[in-house]
Every structure is written in C-alpha cells, then in structure tokens.
Design a protein around this ligand. Sequence first.
Ligand SMILES: Cc1ncc(C[n+]2csc(CCOP(=O)(O)OP(=O)(O)O)c2C)c(N)n1
Length: 556
Amino acid sequence: MNGANALLDALVAEGVDVVFGYPGGAIMPFYDALFGHATTRHILVRHEAAAVFAAAGYARTSGRVGVCCATSGPGATNLVTGLLDAHMDSVPLVAITGQVRAELMGTDGFQEADVCAITQATTKWNVRVTDASQIAATLAEAFAIARGGRPGPVLVDITSDALKAAVEAAGPPRRFDSQPGPRPDDEAIRDAAARIRAARRPVAIIGGGVRRGEAVAPYRRFVAMLGLPHCSTINALGAGEIDDPHNLGMLGMHGHKSANRAVHGADLLIALGMRFDDRVTGKPDKFARDAAIIHADIDATEFNKIITADVTLHGSLETTLTALMAELERERVPRFDDWAAEARTLGGPLPSDRVADHVLSATDVLDRFFARVQPDAVVTTDVGQHQMWAAQRARPNHPRSYTTSGGLGSMGFGLPAAVGAAFANPGRAVYAIVGDGGFQMSLTELATLRRYNVPVKIVLIDNQNLGMVRQWQELFYSERYSATNLSDNPDFGAIARAYGIASYTLDDPAVADTTIARFIDAPGPALLHCACHPTENVWPMIPAGQTIDELMEAKA
Ligand SMILES: Cc1ncc(C[n+]2csc(CCOP(=O)(O)OP(=O)(O)O)c2C)c(N)n1
C-alpha cells in the first residue's frame, strides 16, 4: 500500500462516490490507484476549472462534500477561480492537488506552484502533506473542516513522493466529529421575539446559509406562523414555498420590485444566513434605513460587517429558528397578514423590453421554458443577463435545485456545475442556462456529457453579445460598446453535433413552445440554441451603489 492508496481509502471512508479531475505528472500515483476502482468513480473533465465547478455543482445540489483533483502547477492553478467561487458561496469542497517531490519544492521545479500560498485567500483551509503516513488523517480533517460550521472549500496538496511512499494500512479512519455549533444566546432570542411582536412592517430575508443544515422546513414554518412577508437572495432561491403568496421573490439589483420595496419600507428586517452583499444592499447607509435589524448566522464574522445589527443570533439557522419560534409561542403569536398583503401590491409584473413579434425575446423564451420545467428539476446558470432573467423567472422548490455562481459571478460555471449536479442527482432533470459568452468558456465539457452520456440539457441564450456588460455600456457608458460584440459567434449547433450532442435551433417565436417541448423531452444531453434579440436588457435594475429610489425599468 502506498500514499495514493491511503488517499483513495480515505475518500472511500468519507463515502465519496465521484471525483472530478484531470491527470498529470505529480498526481499520477493517485490516478494509478483510481484505475478500475470499484466504488470511487473518476470523471474526466476537459479542463481543471470544470473539475472544481463540477464538484461545486455536486455539492450545491446534494449537500454532500464535492471532490476534485488536479496535478501540480498549471493543473492546480486552474482550480483557483472555482475555489474562490465555493469560498464566497460557502460550498463544501475538497480539492486534492499533486505537488512536485518534496526535495524539489522551492527550486522552481518543473510544474511547481506554491498552491497553498496561492489559494490562501480562496480556501477555508489548505494544507500540504509530505509524509504518506499523514494522508489519511489529513483527509479526514479536510472533510470535517469543509462541511463543519460555515462550509467552504479545502485544498490538500500532496507531494508525489508521499503519494508513492509505502505506508501501513490506515486502519479504521480517525473521526473528526464536527464540533457542536454555537447556540444563540437566550437573551438575544428574547430580544428578537420582543422586536418581532412590536414590529408593524417586518420582512424576513433568507440567504445561502439556508443550504446548510435542515433550515428550509423551520424557515417555512416560521414565516407561515407569523404570516410574514419574506424574500431571498439569489443563493436561497427555493427556500421559500414557491406558491406562498407572502413570498416576495428575489431581492437585489435585479430583484423583484415588491421584495426590494418591502425591505426598503420595513421597520424590522430578520436577516437569516445572508451577508448583506452589495448586490443586495446597493448603498448600505440607505438600505432599509428605518428598520431595526435581527441578524442570524453561523459565522459571527458576518455580524456588523456591512450593516449594523440590533440583535445578533449566533448559531445554525435550524437551532435559531426553532428557539425563536418557541419563544414567540410562549405568548400571543403576532400575525402580519395585512402588511404582507400590502407588500405584495408594491411590485407588479416584471418589466421587459418590447421586442418585435417575429424576433425571439430571451425573457419570453425563459418564461415559456420555466412554464414547462418539472418542479423538482435542477437548474444551473452561467453569469450575465440570462442568469438574472432566469433567477427572476425560475420556480425552484428547494434551495438546492437552483444553482448559480452568486458571490463571485464566475462565467464558465453553468455547464460544468450541471455536470456535477447530474452525477449527484441521478434520475432528476438537470438544465444549464448559459449565455453565448460563458458557454464559450466551458464548451469543452460537451465532451464530458458525451463520454458519460450525462443527460444535461443546455439552454443557450445567444444574444451575440456579452449582454450584461453591453447593458451597462448602454446605460452608463454612453453606448460605447467596447469589446462586447459577439456577432461573429460560431455555429453552436454544429459545435454540439461535432461533440455528438443533439442540437435544436430556436429562432422563430411562433414555434417556441413546440421546440422547447421537443428539447425537454429529448433523451440524453441536448443543446437548445436560442437566437435571441441582441439588445434586450434586464429589468428592473437598481444601479450599483444606489437605492430603490433610483430603480430603472424598461422604457414603455
Ligand atoms: C470569468 C468572468 N469573466 C468576466 C466576467 C464579466 N462579465 C459578467 S457578465 C458578462 C457577460 C456575459 O455574457 P454572456 O455569457 O453572453 O451572457 P449574457 O450576459 O449575454 O446573458 C461578463 C463578461 C465574469 N463575470 N466572469
């Protein structure tokens, strides 16, 4: 048995069924151990960036730890963006990188990169292992850290000589039981309950923290118990019951008007597992300025970072909400139905640019698409206008079914994340909604779809532009369209076919419904190439650093 076998055994002990990766010199002993392995399957992606995004798609849609691997130097550095994406959205990952032999480290050895230094700011924890006997214990610790407390990515860098060195069989794995999480202070719970009782216009906001633990059910009970208007950040879409009339939808720059207006006019915000990102707050000193703030989070460093809280509740959302509901039930439970009904009227339909009848509108395509998508489908998106249009229109029924690069906003995420989601959710429909720019950053993964016959369906919103940047140039840079025109795009259908992927073209609104239905019903992977109007914009929009008072809408 060598270090590589010990590594594989440690993955098996953690129940890892899939590793997304790409081989190379320093990690070859691990690939040799993986060869023909019975339970842990290696999925060969076509770029290391896709390996880490696929692991993230796996983790985001399953709640389990995603695993990826890469070789030293260029393989390892190709993971950096995906690690940062996972770090910003609190996604539990373990990335394993090969490293040059210990004796070469620090000599600019071939394919040497100090990946621990490079990923210091993009991981929750990273560690180098040079001693084969430490591999098993280090892996167990890496998994515990990735999934414990506020989850995040961990990188384990192992020198190739440690992977090759003989090692005793590890025996039963050492368990790193996650520490019991913090419990919110009783006094703070009483204070929060008193403020809820005294409030007239309270609003709850749920953030990505709801993914952790079993917070969805208590959250739904909490808002139902109070008749509370509630909304979510993009990372928590699906947390609220989709048919609950008190659910005001997505908050933020391109959020629903009723959600933004209700928050703006609230006298109490109950912020749950969210971190007041600038795409949500716009201008922090004018954000919900009449509201007292109750902030609940597992990570105390989020308190008072951007918005000063009146009450902080440090603990898992599940524990916090359970304690808060118990405290509220000790006396009369307040109801906010009248305010919730009023909050609903603050919105109105989503504004859209008008597009000539014979031209395909991206928002119309997505409306028709989401009307047909199964409620339990997994949807991933790339980054740009299509991401926002989809977030406004998707109807996910669980925060693990809608997956997007929220904090980092990294193009190239959508397709590989869908690959990972498909491996984590066999039998569930998986859709990737991508733009023509981001698709070209990741279309190598068509080969992965083909090789493993992964039934991911890709909706390509092709507006022949880097649309989101084009929109900002139109609105804020005097229509100087610098480097955003993609009118020389390749023939996407031909590209899909070259990879052996079925392709459907949609360029006529008159046949949109039938084409979308054929695409959804197609067996196996498929591409729906939607040739859309080039200048449709995302509305509504609160310009960066502004407030709801500066809300922009489509011109009539
Ligand atoms: C890796 C990366 N590079 C650059 C950007 C900046 N950016 C944000 S949206 C966008 C345009 C995306 O264009 P496309 O994929 O065609 O989607 P669309 O906005 O047209 O829907 C760009 C370039 C980014 N978010 N990520």
